[in-house]
Design a protein around this ligand. Structure first.
Ligand code: KMH
Ligand code: ZN
Length: 277
């Protein structure tokens, strides 16, 4: 077993700055978070951006400036979210790819998302997947429920492998409406992942209080980790997360305990088929 890919998802589209003051929402806050998380052992950053009022946005100018700033200041693999917020239209979500990130997320199906619906129609998924193939962007397939792995199998068999030829999925567990953040659910996913192309890798993240069980289950099952304030804003009972670095440091400590130390961004690029800088 190799080392551990550690992705930081520092911001997301769900928490407000007013409720969570430690959330990085400006470009400066994002870049300094990225640098510190890289120094701790992160190799990928999963990015959602905010506007001047700290609201989620898919503004093209801001996306391009974000990709440029993160590439200039860090060696992290920059993965833009094509999921955005549940209210974002498909056209804006597709246009995320115009900002030319090295990676982008690509969710494999519609899921209830708390009181909302995170919509991902089949034709939209195919559009995202094929545009990423054409533009040399490596996808991370986001999986919120077991059946979405079957959708991924169908996608790959009908439309071919992603750019770079390597398949990487991220299990997003514990969303109210998706699969639970439990070891049993993770193992069920891992059994289906075995039927995907040889060498397929997976990472996992547990929303809210499922974060630690999912970290432990993923490391035990040979998976990688995603952590960050997109997914977790409580560090322990009654203790708000102070920073993304706190979450990355904890993930790195667990990975080292498992004798699967963090992969460098260069090693992560090699594993995922992301071209070297
Ligand atoms: N914010 C969620 C509605 C992704 O980044 O691709 C979708 C999400 C998935 O976070
Ligand atoms: Zn996201």
């Amino acid at each position: 077993m190799t080392g551990t890919l550690i992705t930081v998802a520092p911001t997301g589209a769900e928490s407000s700055k007013a409720d969570v003051p430690a959330l990085p929402v400006t470009l400066d806050e994002l870049v300094s978070t990225a640098k510190e998380c890289e120094a701790l052992g992160a190799s990928i950053i999963h990015v959602h951006i905010r506007d001047a009022a700290a609201r989620p946005t898919l503004d093209q100018g801001r996306l391009r400036a974000t990709v440029a700033a993160l590439r200039e200041s860090t060696g992290l693999i920059v993965q833009l979210s094509s999921g955005g917020a549940v209210t974002d239209p498909e056209t804006d979500r597709l246009a995320v790819l115009d900002a030319a990130p090295e990676m982008a997320s690509c969710t494999m199906g519609t899921v209830n998302f708390g009181d909302d619906v995170f919509m991902n129609r089949w034709d939209f998924i195919v559009d995202l997947h094929t545009r990423m193939q054409e533009r040399g962007i490596v996808p991370e397939y986001e999986i919120f429920d077991l059946g979405q792995l079957t959708t991924l199998q169908r996608l790959l068999s009908k439309h071919g492998l992603p750019f770079g030829g390597h398949v990487h999925v991220d299990l997003v567990m514990g969303v109210p409406g998706g699969m639970p953040g439990t070891a049993a659910a993770l193992v069920a996913c891992e059994q289906v992942i075995r039927d995907l192309p040889a060498g397929t890798t997976f990472s996992a993240t547990g929303i809210g209080r499922s974060t630690i069980p999912v970290i432990l289950a993923s490391l035990s099952a040979g998976g990688h980790l995603r952590v960050g304030m997109e997914d977790t804003i409580t560090y322990a009972k009654g203790r708000p997360v102070e920073s993304n670095m706190q979450l990355v440091a904890r993930a790195v400590a667990f990975a080292r305990l498992a004798e699967r130390p963090p992969l460098s961004p260069g090693q992560a690029r090699e594993l995922l088929g992301v071209p070297a800088r």
